[in-house]
Design a binder for this molecule. Structure first.
Ligand code: ZN
Length: 162
């Protein structure tokens, strides 16, 4: 396992559309393990492969008091409702902003062994999944802000960093 450097805002990898994973090789599983370790070290609730410089459709998520998990080639198949959330991004440290996220999402993908999984999510889990899947499409939460003044500078993050 290894801690990977987290790519910051401005790096072009964060704006690319990531490639689908076709084979879950040993190196893909190693990347997943490294992403989980990196996410935990950064106290993140989620991490997307482009954030560690890999343009691949892989995300990891970990909610407080729950086991971390990975989702390969994740897709949101349904979303409904709207709510205002405070959000931050590990690739954009020191800032947070209020944006709109869905109340409920259903997403599907593969686990680290290639087994198909489907997740129905609300609250932080839904927020984290939406944020990470956006990363795979080159979308950042700051894109949803009305203007730059909506971005708030903060010292210690207590909001979800994803
Ligand atoms: Zn992020």
């Amino acid at each position: 396992m290894a801690i990977l450097p987290i790519q910051r805002f401005g790096n072009t990898v964060l704006r690319e559309k990531s490639k689908r994973v076709t084979t879950i090789s040993k190196s893909i599983q190693q990347l997943i393990d490294d992403m989980i370790e990196t996410m935990q070290k950064a106290y993140g609730a989620g991490l997307a492969a482009p954030q560690v410089g890999k343009s691949l459709r892989i995300i990891t998520v970990e909610l407080p008091d729950e086991e971390p998990f990975a989702l390969i080639n994740p897709e949101i198949v349904k979303k409904s409702g709207e709510r205002t959330v405070t959000e931050g991004c590990l690739s954009f440290p020191g800032y947070r902003g209020e944006i709109q996220r869905s109340e409920l999402i259903v997403c599907k993908g593969l686990d680290r062994n290639g087994k198909a999984i489907r997740i129905k999510a609300t609250d932080l889990l839904a927020q984290s999944l939406e944020h990470e899947i956006d990363h795979l499409n080159g979308v950042l939460y700051v894109d949803y802000l009305e203007n730059e003044e909506k971005l708030e500078k903060v010292e210690a993050p207590e909001y979800p960093m994803v």
